[in-house]
Ligand binder design. Structure first.
Ligand code: NAP
Length: 259
């Protein structure tokens, strides 16, 4: 990471000391960057992915920098897994102040040839998983009369993308879900916002053919793919107590792609 003035780390500076953040899909990519940034801001981080082995690198990065992190294995699409993790995190840390629903998958293909399982897997992980974690964590947040829920959507959920009918539907669903839950929970001090990344360099986009990557880059006004840290910066601000008057919003972090 580039250094700012005086050797301090560059980027958004918020104080999350004493806060507990649960981040799904924390094993790599955007989720790892979010977990690392929240921990660097003082939060204790509970990272979720399908395997504990997958989470090790994230946990080690946080602990090596002096932060606090624990890993939890769960499939976000399975209600029993989600409730078990939330119970374990609450038992360990006594609270959950911040929930980042970041876990996501793609199973791309043209709609006319899309198989049922490709549709269902994407909807279950990206949309149902967001619902399950929000519901499970929302109970404690209501009790505490404080919470920050940040859901990771995609520009595909705003403007569509050929070959991603399932993914775009799931991500548009996350937006409608978030706007509704923002209204339901606002009076309890809980904010719910959506971050919609454009093209970000991770395993998910590495799979794209080079020709497509070059074409996409030409359509991005900023002329580069985003980094996971570009997304983590905004998530960190939305996770902070300072962002209490910001709820029900969708913010695209996409280099101007949807401007
Ligand atoms: P990634 O590198 O493929 O990582 C996906 C993460 O989700 C991994 O940590 C993975 O963990 C976890 N995950 C997937 N299915 C899961 C499940 N059923 N239960 C628990 N964890 C699960 O993806 P990424 O690019 O960082 O994307 C992160 C989020 O940003 C996703 O929601 C994605 O849709 C969104 N997004 C990405 C881009 C982009 O350009 N990269 C653009 C727009 C939006 P394990 O595999 O270890 O279980």
């Amino acid at each position: 990471m580039a250094d700012g003035a005086g050797g301090a780390p560059a980027g958004v500076r918020v104080d999350l000391t004493g806060r507990v953040a649960l981040v799904t899909g924390a094993s790599r990519g955007i989720g790892r960057a979010i977990a690392v940034k929240l921990a660097a801001s003082g939060a204790s981080v509970a990272g979720v992915a399908r395997s504990l082995e997958g989470l090790q690198a994230t946990l080690e990065a946080i602990r090596a920098a002096g932060g606090i992190a624990e890993g939890y294995a769960a499939n976000v699409a399975v209600a029993a897994d989600v409730q078990r993790v939330v119970d374990e995190v609450e038992a360990k840390f006594q609270r959950i102040d911040v929930l980042v629903n970041n876990a996501g998958v793609t199973r791309d293909g043209l709609m006319l040839r899309m198989e049922d399982h490709a549709w269902q897997e994407v909807i279950d992980t990206n949309l149902k998983g967001t619902f399950l974690f929000s519901r499970a964590v929302g109970v404690a947040m209501m009790r505490a009369r404080y919470g920050r829920i940040i859901n990771i959507s995609s520009v595909a959920g705003l403007v569509g993308n050929p070959g991603q009918a399932n993914y775009a539907a799931s991500k548009a669903g996350v937006i409608g879900f978030s706007k509704t839950v923002a209204r339901e929970l606002a009076s309890r001090g809980i904010t719910v916002n959506v971050v919609a990344p454009g093209f970000v360099t991770t395993d998910m986009t590495d799979a794209l053919p080079d020709k497509i990557k070059t074409e996409v880059k030409e359509r991005i006004p900023v002329r580069r793919f985003g980094t996971p840290e570009d997304i983590a910066e905004l998530v960190c601000y939305l996770a902070s107590p300072s962002a209490g008057y910001l709820t029900g919003q969708v913010i695209a972090v996409d280099g101007g792609l949807t401007a």
